[in-house]
Design a protein around this ligand. Structure first.
Ligand code: ATP
Ligand code: MG
Length: 285
């Protein structure tokens, strides 16, 4: 190397941290997200980070903007302001299939299985697969396609066994109980081998035994695969048991973050849960 050439610059380096502060590896960062629907301001400058490998809860009263946040992060709706960084990349406003291919998969507040397909078939059309299927392979390399298909079925069978759904593999998804549909939705998401799962109320409407099973699966996926979780959850006992920390949203912003023990002592958090609600925009917006 010639002595006069400039020293090579590292491609990316973490932002300098104030002295004495722990450096946190955040797989997801949202900065100042803004989104309105007509006169309703669902996100009013929401910012937070999610630590890689953590199980982080997103809590807050009805209408706080949690699902809107999930929709913006996962590429289902575009923000009107702000930024989303995932695994070091700016994914703001990118479409959901691209976000999924990058390793961020979400599930829905209301389960979205394919009712007229079997449980096994539901896994065969996992989110990332839909995005990544290459028509050229199907048409011009049928042998390769069949081998991939066999491997995919094998993987689906393994995942079903992992989630205790193997015995149901040939049942129509519509015949499953509400709790089993939740398990199926998580199993479908896992088929894509995501780096991060964003779950919108995964425990809603399921019985305590299944809540425990779902919680075990989530903890196991984090421990064994290092999957990061951000989960919207109203059941604070569940949050307390399984989440490392919680982000509290109210009126479209982050009100506080911390462990449940820390948040219980925060009077603002307690009153947000009692008052709730969204900000109505005035006549001039
Ligand atoms: N597509 C939409 N069109 C109009 N208003 C919307 C839309 N989506 C969300 N909102 C409004 O934005 C606000 C935030 O809604 P959001 O669904 O994000 O809240 P949430 O925190 O998920 O609530 P919940 O706990 O009840 O699921 C609410 O007032 C809601 O009515
Ligand atoms: Mg919601």
């Amino acid at each position: 190397m010639s002595g006069s050439s400039p020293a090579p610059q590292p491609a990316a380096r973490p932002a300098p941290q104030p002295a004495g502060q722990k450096v946190v590896d955040e797989i997801l960062e949202v900065h100042d997200l803004v989104r309105s629907f007509g006169g309703v301001r669902a996100l009013t400058g929401c910012s937070f980070g999610v630590e890689r490998g953590s199980i982080t809860a997103l809590i807050g009263p009805n209408g706080a903007g949690k699902t809107t946040l999930v929709n913006v992060v996962a590429g289902a709706i575009r923000p009107q302001g702000g930024k989303v960084l995932f695994d070091g990349r700016d994914i703001t406003g990118r479409p959901s299939h691209e976000v999924a291919l990058g390793g961020l998969i979400r599930t829905f507040q209301i389960s979205r299985e394919y009712p007229a397909m079997t449980v096994l078939e539901n896994l065969m059309v996992s989110p990332q697969r839909q995005a990544g299927e290459k028509l050229a392979t199907v048409l011009f390399r049928p042998g390769k396609f069949r081998a991939e298909e066999r491997a995919h079925v094998q993987r689906a069978v393994e995942v079903l066994a992992e989630f205790g759904l193997y015995g149901k593999r040939n049942d129509y998804a519509r015949a499953l109980s509400g709790g089993q549909k939740r398990l199926l939705e998580l199993a479908r998401a896992v088929m894509a081998d995501p780096k991060m799962l964003v779950l919108d109320e995964p425990m809603a409407g399921i019985n305590p035994a299944l809540i425990e099973r779902l919680a075990d699966h989530i903890s196991r996926l984090r421990d064994e695969r290092g999957t990061t979780f951000l989960m919207v959850e109203h059941n604070l006992d569940v949050v307390e048991k399984m989440c490392d920390r919680a982000i509290v949203m109210a009126v479209g912003q982050t009100l506080a973050t911390g462990t449940m023990a820390e948040l219980r002592g925060n009077s603002e958090v307690v009153s947000a849960y009692l008052t709730g609600g969204v900000v109505e925009v005035g006549a001039k917006g």
